[in-house]
Design a protein around this ligand. Structure first.
Ligand code: C5P
Length: 305
């Protein structure tokens, strides 16, 4: 028997980052949005009795670690740990469509799909709530990617409140190099320390910022539920963007080129370096993507919701 499962890429239309906490994580208030860019994970018993993880698809995965540290194996082993018997050797293949270190939760999507596939293949019978509890242990974004759709995320990003979803159209502009998420968070801490202050409206500031933050998230949730691209464009926020731009200054040109090409607004996706350009509809997405490609960039149309 073989089992397949999928998980979608995400962007954050809203990402407010609080100060670094004692555990090294930052408190977030974020709005997650799934895109129709999909990772596929297939899992079957190893006929040769040896574990094996392979990657294929359009994303170059040659540098990925396929050993037991890979989130895919960690996900499978968390499911297997709920069984009374030991896990059989498995062959796992992942078709990668989400860029590596692109700020779109590609590794988290592999982990989420692996949780689902392992749950079926190993006959673990875990509920969505139980899988969600395992997902938290794999990474802050994994619970959202497991759930999909649109959601508000708080805590480290793992506490979810589902939101209604309508289609929104995006042009995703992929970068040649990845950015490491911990490096981008550390850069933000450094930039904030240099300025000697936090920034307005971040979680936990106790100066009324929480109320402003709550309004921004509520309005964003309403705009996304209505598929109101123009309102979403005015409400988009990513506190990690300044750090991503400091580490990869070329992204400022990509954002400017996106606006010049007709996007309503652009934002760095999560910790970057992928840039998400919001457009009015599908036709606009095709023309903005063509213009971005004509300027030598790697751009694709994506539908979110
Ligand atoms: O949770 P995850 O393992 O995906 O996080 C990767 C890194 O991103 C963490 O080690 C941390 O440096 C940073 N991070 C953070 N605050 C969050 C989420 C992630 O500082 N809320």
């Amino acid at each position: 028997m073989a089992t397949a499962a999928e998980a979608q890429a995400k962007i954050n239309t809203f990402l407010a980052v609080g100060p670094r906490q004692a555990d090294g994580y930052h408190q977030l208030v974020t709005v997650y949005h799934s895109l129709n860019i999909i990772e596929q994970v297939r899992l079957s018993r190893a006929p040769d009795g040896v574990d094996c993880l392979t990657f294929d698809g359009p994303i170059d995965s040659t540098d990925l670690d396929t050993g037991s540290d890979n989130l895919v194996w960690r996900a499978v082993d968390l499911v297997a740990a709920t069984l009374t018997t030991s896990r059989p050797p498995l062959h796992i293949s992942v078709t990668k469509n989400i860029p590596i270190q692109g700020g779109m939760a590609g590794g988290s999507a592999d982990a989420a799909a692996a949780l689902r596939a392992a749950n079926v293949e190993l006959g673990a019978g875990l509920s969505d709530v139980q899988l969600g509890a395992l997902a938290v242990r794999l990474g802050s974004d994994v619970p959202f990617v497991l759930a999909g759709g649109n959601a508000i995320g708080t805590g480290r990003g793992e506490r979810l409140e589902p939101l209604a979803a309508s289609p929104l159209w995006w042009v995703m502009v992929f970068d040649t190099d990845g950015l490491s998420t911990p490096v981008v968070y550390a850069k933000l801490d450094e930039m904030r320390a240099e300025r000697g202050s936090g920034i307005g409206g971040t979680p936990g500031e106790g100066d009324g910022g929480e109320a402003r933050l709550g309004d921004g998230v509520r309005l964003m949730g309403e705009a996304m539920a209505a598929g109101d691209a123009r309102s979403v464009a005015t409400l988009m926020r990513n506190d990690l963007q300044q750090a991503a731009l400091a580490l990869a200054p070329r992204l400022a040109d990509t954002l400017a080129a996106g606006r010049a090409a007709g996007a309503l607004a652009g934002i760095v996706s999560g910790s970057g370096p992928t840039v998400a350009l919001l457009v009015e509809g599908e036709d606009e997405a095709r023309s903005v993507a063509a213009r971005m490609r004509a300027s030598g960039r790697n751009a694709s149309v994506a539908r979110g919701g």
